[in-house]
Ligand binder design. Structure first.
Ligand SMILES: *[C@@H]1O[C@H](CO)[C@@H](O)[C@H](O)[C@H]1NC(C)=O
Ligand SMILES: *[C@@H]1O[C@H](CO)[C@@H](O)[C@H](O)[C@H]1NC(C)=O
Ligand SMILES: *[C@@H]1O[C@H](CO)[C@@H](O)[C@H](O)[C@H]1NC(C)=O
Ligand SMILES: *[C@@H]1O[C@H](CO)[C@@H](O)[C@H](O)[C@H]1NC(C)=O
Ligand SMILES: *[C@@H]1O[C@H](CO)[C@@H](O)[C@H](O)[C@H]1NC(C)=O
Length: 328
């Protein structure tokens, strides 16, 4: 009796722990950028002004056709400016719920910071004592990578992602009053990841050129996500994301077909026949090259492998901070 009672307790405590641990994951934990432009105190005018924005902006943004609202409350030095934006494919309910949570969570997680940006999947909120509303600077940016890597033909994957993100950014800037676009690109059906999804968005108060310029600024960071199966580049003025699973709730606006297969490249040594067909070299050169080139390649390869093995051996014995072997 007693024993089954304590078992029940253990089960309950374990269940409670699992719920507590999983809850933030289920709610998609936000990305946060707490600013360093000062702190306010409890019950201050600054806090009261922030409270006025928190009460108004979730409703103002979710009821606007662009799902976007800004506001500035109070007089300097207690003036708070805020920007609230929902993803272009969010509905009004999800939008206001997300922004209400954003005001609440930002004030908890960046406690008493006058300046904070918080990024959720369906919305972004930024407030500050800096009068930033007239600026198009993409401040408080955050980047997050999907931990998984493409292992088979990553170059082809990276190029298709770059093409998709560019096309999605163009559509968001030039073809959408919400400054939002969703995209989907195919790779080969038998490739490791046959499809990629994306979205890109700016605050709708940016002109098409400002929006495209803002997106170009974060697209420049793309080499950092090379080979990754997904990444988010987020800022208060513009953001984009791509993943190999669907991240879109609305219709797809940009579609790219799989790129044409590339001509075979690589370290294939031309045969004497192909060299002769090109007709640029005499027959003697062709024969000499045909014999020496494979030899040189083989010697280089053997040297590389030997170097790598000896370096790996050293690495195992000594520090692990040795540069990785690029051939092995
Ligand atoms: C702020 O106001 C609340 C409610 O009026 C009060 O309970 C609290 O003690 C105040 N805190 C400070 C630091 O004044
Ligand atoms: C919210 O929208 C209403 C109606 O457009 C406007 O009067 C109010 O000033 C807005 N609130 C803020 C904090 O900007
Ligand atoms: C709004 O979006 C949320 C989240 O995507 C969804 O769960 C909900 O059913 C949608 N509500 C309406 C009225 O479409
Ligand atoms: C993916 O690649 C990056 C960079 O090369 C590396 O740091 C990371 O550990 C890799 N992740 C996995 C899961 O292999
Ligand atoms: C986007 O806009 C450009 C220029 O305004 C136009 O030429 C193009 O056809 C549009 N693309 C789509 C997919 O609507």
């Amino acid at each position: 009796m007693e024993e089954s009672g304590s078992h029940r307790h253990i089960v309950l405590v374990t269940l409670a722990l699992v719920v507590v641990l999983l809850a933030p994951c289920a709610a998609a934990y936000p990305l946060l950028a707490c600013g360093s432009t000062g702190e306010f105190t409890a019950n201050s005018t600054y806090q009261a002004n922030l409270g006025i924005l928190a009460a108004a902006l979730p409703k103002n943004a979710s009821s606007s056709p662009d799902l976007f609202a800004t506001g500035a409350v109070g007089a300097v030095p207690d003036q708070v400016s805020a920007l609230a934006l929902c993803r272009g494919d969010a509905n009004a309910t999800a939008c206001s719920g997300c922004l209400a949570a954003a005001f609440h969570d930002a004030q908890n997680m960046c406690a008493y910071a006058k300046d904070a940006a918080i990024y959720y999947d369906p919305c972004v909120l930024y407030y500050s004592n800096t009068p930033f509303l007239s600026s198009v600077d993409n401040v408080r940016s955050r980047t997050q990578m999907n931990g998984q890597n493409v292992t088979s033909d990553p170059g082809r994957f990276n190029r298709q992602v770059a093409a998709l993100v560019d096309a999605t950014a163009d559509y968001a800037a030039y073809n959408s009053t919400r400054r939002y676009a969703s995209g989907e690109a195919d790779l080969d059906v038998d490739s490791e990841f046959p499809r990629v999804y994306s979205w890109a968005q700016c605050t709708p108060d940016l002109t098409p050129a400002q929006c495209r310029g803002c997106l170009a600024g974060i697209i420049k960071g793309m080499p950092r996500s090379a080979d990754r199966v997904g990444a988010k580049f987020l800022g208060v003025r513009c953001s984009y994301r791509y993943e190999i699973y669907t991240i879109l709730r609305g219709p797809v606006m940009v579609r790219l077909a799989a790129p044409a297969p590339e001509p075979a490249v690589g370290p294939t040594v031309p045969t004497p026949a192909t060299l002769a067909r090109r007709g640029k070299w005499g027959n003697k050169t062709v024969v000499v090259l045909a014999i020496t080139l494979p030899l040189v390649v083989a010697i280089l390869a053997i040297t590389a492998v030997c170097l790598c093995y000896s370096r790996k051996g050293r690495t195992r014995r000594a520090s692990s901070e040795q540069p990785p072997c690029i051939f092995g």
